[in-house]
Design a protein. Sequence first.
Length: 148
Amino acid sequence: MAIVSTCPVETTMSMIGGKWKMYIISLLAEEPMRFGELRQGVPGISAKVLTSQLNELIADRLVSKKVYPEIPPHTEYALTAVGETLLPIITAMRIWGTEFARSMTGGSLEAFSDGHISKWGKVCFMDCKVCPFDGDCSAYREKIRAVL
């Protein structure tokens, strides 16, 4: 549950901080997913921890849970409108992380291409509705590269 603080960064970090929430949000940015799909997409997370993280994201109104009353029943998780407002921030973090990784590997990202980079690429560059740079992040990339 979010800590409402006089520090906006603390409030935000209480909602999206931790080891798993960014993975979950990044996967749900692409499409609604079932629990099992999320578990497969988040490397190393246990069912208990995923349940806990999803419940916190739901309590903070970042993720919604829809139960389909059919046989067999299934549940789907999706980003809410509030959760979608985080995507430009997360996209900027992805770009920064990519450029930092490039600087640490001499320009090669092979060590980082575990599937999450490509999923993020889809969110950032193929679906620019979430891009805080109006689809052109080159100036932001250059600014990062200049200091790395």
